[in-house]
Every structure is written in structure tokens, then in C-alpha cells.
Write a new protein. Structure first.
Length: 175
């Protein structure tokens, strides 16, 4: 990252290559549109390159970059101001950690498509922290920094998000 800070384009290309899937995945989870997620991802990397001199070398790259991506996606979301239906078959990551492996055993077993739909039904304020925690593996503090809330607010959001997700999954399981 120190070479990127100095303007090394080859080092920046490596950074993009390493984080492009994670950035796209986050943008897609927020925007639920492949086209908008691609645009937000590109915007995020352009903004990251422009802001490279502000990067603190003592911190991890992923939370910094995911915060930029999250903000880029939210900018597009604000511009769009229309809700879209989640397209589960475009989701690239399986959120296995969101379900108890023993839950739904038997005839009414839940699958990853049920999880994706339930996750997609959540509002962005609840969906994003879950995605960052369970799909990107960020710590609570990194998530709080990424989305710009206090640690205690994040914990409340995560708790509420898990409750909402659980309720939606339980409803699907009963159907």
C-alpha cells in the first residue's frame, strides 16, 4: 500500500485485482443490481486512488476500501431512489454462517436461496452490517468504521438484523 500511496500504478492494479470481488460483492449486496454494482465498484477504486495519500499505513486496507465502496454504492442508491427486487442467482457468496447447520432439517429444509431472499428483504441499514460481518469477515469495529456508526450502534444494528433475518427465515421454513 505504501507503493500505491506513492502513485505506483502496477501496485494499484494488484490492489484492484485482490479486492475487486469483495468490493463488487458489497456493492451488489447494497444495490442489488449488477450494473449499478459495477459502476459503484469502479467509482470506489477511482476514489481510492484519488484518496491514496490519506490512507493510514498502520491500518488494514480492506476496511478502508470497503468504506469507500459502501459510500460509492450509497451515492448511487440515493441517486436511484427506487427499490429493486433481489436477484438471488447473481449473488456470488454463500452466507452459510447465517444459519444454524441443524436448522430446518427434514422436509422443509432452508437452502442458500432462502437465505439470499431473506437477506435481500432486509433494508440496507441491516443488510450491509450482516454482509460485512459474515461474508467479508470484518470485525465489529471495522464494520462500525466502514459504515460510519459507533460500535454500540453497530451492535444494536447487528442484533436487530439477525432478529429480522431469523424471523424471515423462520417464516420461509414454515411455508
Amino acid at each position: 500500500m505504501s507503493r500505491v500511496r506513492d502513485g505506483d500504478l502496477v501496485a494499484f492494479e494488484r490492489l484492484v485485482e485482490r479486492y475487486k470481488v469483495g468490493v463488487f460483492s458489497l456493492c451488489f449486496q447494497i444495490l442489488r443490481s449488477r450494473e449499478d454494482a459495477e459502476e459503484a465498484s469502479q467509482d470506489a477504486f477511482v476514489k481510492a486512488f484519488r484518496a491514496r495519500e490519506t490512507y493510514d499505513l498502520d491500518r488494514k486496507v480492506s476496511p478502508w476500501l470497503l468504506r469507500i465502496a459502501s459510500n460509492a454504492a450509497r451515492d448511487i442508491l440515493r441517486k436511484r431512489q427506487a427499490r429493486t427486487v433481489v436477484n438471488s442467482d447473481l449473488l456470488a457468496v454463500e452466507p452459510d454462517n447465517l444459519l444454524d447447520p441443524n436448522a430446518g432439517a427434514g422436509e422443509n429444509r432452508l437452502d442458500s436461496e432462502d437465505v439470499h431472499r431473506a437477506l435481500g428483504d432486509l433494508s440496507e441499514q441491516y443488510r450491509t452490517p450482516l454482509v460485512l460481518k459474515y461474508l467479508h469477515g470484518l470485525t465489529n469495529q471495522e464494520i462500525a468504521d466502514t459504515i460510519g456508526v459507533s460500535l454500540s450502534s453497530l451492535k444494536v444494528r447487528l442484533s436487530r438484523a439477525r432478529e429480522l433475518l431469523h424471523a424471515r427465515l423462520w417464516k420461509r421454513w414454515e411455508e
